[in-house]
Design a protein. Structure first.
Length: 117
């Protein structure tokens, strides 16, 4: 089973993905950073980022519906994940997906990646 290490927001390497105002409340933005598909969500003015990949079958998860307060449902087979942490919430997925820290500086959304070693 694959396990992802939580990224420490204090040591992450942050990458700008555009103005925060582009992602309104209840909206999402899908970006590619260093070959990784990442979905950034604005829920109630707080921003969260997860990998845009379902751990069940490697399909894109971010095109699914937001259900409940913080759940994204994979459009292919219905697995659900917490957008705040990437934690799997329902079958058929059984493995969490990566979550990335997000911050805003000077109006820009920044997504944190693991630091270069």
């Amino acid at each position: 089973m694959i396990s992802y290490k939580k990224i420490d927001p204090d040591t992450a390497d942050y990458v700008a993905i555009g103005p925060a105002e582009e992602v309104g409340n209840g909206q999402r933005k899908i970006v590619e950073i260093e070959g990784l598909a990442i979905a950034v969500f604005n829920i109630g003015g707080a921003y969260y980022a997860i990998a845009d990949v379902c751990s069940h079958d490697d399909g894109p998860v971010a095109e699914g519906d937001l259900v409940g307060d913080y759940e994204i449902e994979c459009p292919r087979h219905g697995a659900r994940f917490d957008v705040r942490s990437g934690k799997v919430l329902s079958f058929p997925a059984i493995v969490d997906i990566p979550a990335y820290p997000v911050k805003i500086e000077d109006g820009e959304l920044l997504v944190g990646l693991p630091p270069e070693i």
